[in-house]
Write a protein of this length. Structure first.
Length: 268
């Protein structure tokens, strides 16, 4: 059993809603990414998703696509992301999840990936294009290293598949708020509330809602029915639009999201 399913882990949310913050590693460079991650943690992020830049990010919208292109031009690799995780772990005790497509992990070697992830202090991984039906070997090797496997659950999945996804997850379940790619949106998709309720029938793990959460109001709204929100494109966009002060901009965004949720709960 993975360590996170035993409750002895860092993939936990201190308050509701918790915040999972995604960053594209290497955008604009690895040193700045480290500063961004530490600033996000100090501002209140519970878990950091360390995004591995990939040439064909099919699940990502234009903001993260551009960030991946910039990071790849810097030569950022999975090995770099794992080294970055080790640097962050020396400074912070928050949860760290490697967020990657499958190709970089396979090229790196699954056994080597798990061993180096553990050495770096990583808690788990989310492989966006690895479906649960084809993940047996991945789950076996990850479990052998006590690393958690987090899978995406979509609104279009029938209950039978949601059950399988929920049972394969450790740490938390990532509920995709809508079909399509990542990116900010003006309104939170109505499907998200129903999806979280369906997932809860099959697991006691926390459920985090992602794809489109970008404002304090949306963040607070997620907290009404889920355990956490995943914020990615809004953070990556803050990095893109604030050159030279990326870490401060991300910290300000994280504090804004968390304070919005606090105001929402205080008004209930």
């Amino acid at each position: 059993m993975a360590k996170n399913q035993q409750g002895n882990n860092r993939l936990q949310f201190k308050s509701k809603p918790g915040l999972v913050a995604y960053v594209t590693c290497g955008d604009p460079n690895l040193k700045t990414t480290e500063d961004i991650v530490l600033a996000a943690i100090r501002a209140g992020a519970d878990i950091i998703e360390l995004g591995v830049p990939f040439s064909d990010p099919v699940a990502d919208g234009p903001v993260i696509q551009r960030a991946s292109e910039r990071a790849l031009k810097q030569g950022t690799s999975l090995a770099d992301v794992l080294r970055l995780a080790g640097e962050v772990r020396r400074e912070a005790d928050s949860g760290l999840v490697v967020f990657s497509y499958l190709n970089p992990v396979l090229r790196f070697g699954l056994e080597r990936f798990c061993a180096e992830a553990v050495a770096a202090g990583v808690d788990g991984a989310l492989i966006t294009d690895l479906i649960v039906e084809e993940a047996d070997e991945y789950r076996r090797v990850m479990a052998a290293h006590q690393l958690d496997t987090i899978f995406l659950a979509a609104p279009t999945s029938p209950d039978r598949r949601l059950k399988r996804i929920a049972q394969a997850c450790g740490g938390f379940v990532y509920a995709v708020s809508r079909t399509g790619v990542t990116g900010t949106q003006k309104q939170l998709a109505a499907d998200a509330h129903d999806l979280v309720g369906r997932i809860r029938k099959f697991t006691m793990l926390p459920v985090a809602v992602g794809f489109g959460v970008s404002t304090p109001e949306q963040f607070a709204q997620v907290g009404e029915f889920a355990d956490a929100a995943v914020v990615g494109s809004a953070i990556v966009q803050a990095v893109e639009q604030n050159r030279g002060r990326e870490a401060q901009a991300v910290a300000d965004l994280v504090r804004s999201l968390k304070s919005g949720a606090a105001r929402g709960s205080a008004s209930l």
